[in-house]
Design a protein around this ligand. Structure first.
Ligand code: SF4
Ligand code: SF4
Length: 399
């Protein structure tokens, strides 16, 4: 358990207060923190942060041994970061952008998972399948690498450009309409950009999150070299998981990056502010925005997507009860959607119910992973609410 031992002091500073189960906003106003704990059939201690910290302490003290049962518990966590947000041991006045400087719960879960992989008790079956495919074809969707650009339908892009658009895996293989929307927006605003194909591989996000460090680091190294070779000044991506990985995990591995990593929301907002992109067609609808964990709590990006929505004439933006740093997770992250789909669906249904309570007709976000999970939950609930990515709303407002 070398990785877990390396952060022993952080783990030991958990004082068992239990704020990561139910937190208090005021003396009488309580709110739920952990999505897994709220939907888990047992809702027992190990299914929220305090229990998991105690298990990690047990591993460090030698009271517990790594096992398949422990792996089953540590993987039932979406890495949403909600526990880190409320935990007083991860907050001090010097923390910027919610990136923790002391007890970093996500770092703990990922260290334990990576150690469980090294000890032979993980990956879990679905994660094993997915990461094998990442090794073979550089994507977790069991698709061919060359099909990553099928959505371009023969369209040619310049060989080099200052802006590299990092596609990710979910959109090219599962929701190409989002990529087509980005291309339309960039072309409308006169932005010259290119993609890295055939050099763009999976960013490695799944591997980092489920403790498969070796494959994740290999993919990261490949992409980092490819971006450097391209000479790009800016790497822009729409996928929240890619954004977190390219920006944070790559910085942890390679130090300060010689290019800027920008999320599509900030990039598009700049185009709107500079007048290069004009949103003129009104959308007379009430819309509510979901903060993806990888954009909000993981990287501190909360306002750019909301500002895009505020720029659309006629659109009425309303907040759900839990938003910004306390937003409820969509349920899909941390490898939960692939290995524990029933938990992912229940969490998403909970979030859809919250969106319904706002009276909004549209639930929106800027993450393909959240979007796909919400669509499944909307289908299951047969609700009146519709899901649209912010990019689809932007397209409606410029066309
Ligand atoms: S992780 Fe933080 S909030 Fe949870 S029990 Fe430990 S100290 Fe308290
Ligand atoms: S990261 Fe999210 S799912 Fe995992 S223990 Fe913390 S609150 Fe629960």
């Amino acid at each position: 358990m070398e990785r877990t031992k390396a952060i022993r002091n952080e783990i030991m500073c958990c004082m068992n207060c239990g704020d990561c189960r139910i937190a208090f906003r005021t003396a009488i106003e309580r709110f739920k923190v952990c999505p897994i704990r709220e939907v888990h059939p047992s809702a027992f201690e190990p299914f929220f942060s305090r229990g998991k910290m105690n298990l990690a302490k047990g591993l460090l003290r030698g009271d517990l041994k790594p096992s398949k049962e422990l792996a089953d518990i540590f993987y039932q966590c979406t890495s949403c970061g909600s526990c880190r947000e409320v935990c007083h041991q991860s907050h001090n006045p010097y923390i910027q952008n919610n990136v923790c400087k002391y007890l970093d719960h996500i770092k703990v879960w990922e260290a334990v998972r990576a150690d469980l992989v090294d000890a032979g008790y993980a990956p879990l079956p679905r994660h094993d399948e997915i990461t094998k495919w990442m090794e073979k074809e550089h994507n977790p969707y069991m698709e061919k690498h060359e099909d990553r650009i099928k959505w371009l339908e023969g369209k040619k892009l310049p060989e080099k450009a200052d802006v590299v658009f990092f596609m990710g895996c979910t959109e090219p293989y599962r929701i190409p309409e989002i990529l087509k929307a980005i291309v339309k927006i960039l072309e409308k605003a006169g932005v010259e950009f290119t993609i890295l194909h055939p050099d763009e591989y999976c960013c490695g996000s799944v591997g980092f999150r489920v403790g498969m460090r070796k494959i994740a680091e290999e993919l990261a190294k490949h992409n980092f070299e490819a971006i450097k070779k391209s000479g790009a000044k800016t790497v822009m991506t729409h996928c929240a998981g890619c954004y977190r990985t390219l920006k944070e995990d790559y910085k942890d591995l390679f130090g300060e990056l010689p290019y800027e990593v920008v999320h599509a929301s900030a990039f598009i907002l700049d185009l709107i502010k500079s007048g290069k992109l004009k949103l003129t067609k009104p959308i007379e609808k009430t819309v509510t925005y979901h903060d993806p964990c990888h954009l909000g709590r993981h990287t501190g990006l909360y306002e750019a997507p909301r500002d895009i929505l505020r720029s659309i004439p006629g659109l009425n933006l309303v907040e759900m009860e839990r938003h910004h740093q306390h937003a409820w997770c969509c349920g899909a992250g941390g490898g939960v959607k692939s290995q524990y789909p029933e938990l992912a669906n229940k969490i998403a249904e909970d979030r859809i119910e919250e969106a319904e309570r706002t009276g909004a007709k549209i639930l929106t976000t800027m993450c393909p992973f959240c979007g796909r999970n919400f669509k499944d939950a909307i289908e299951a609930r047969k609700t009146f609410i519709d899901f649209k990515d912010i990019l689809e709303l932007v397209i409606e407002s410029i066309e």
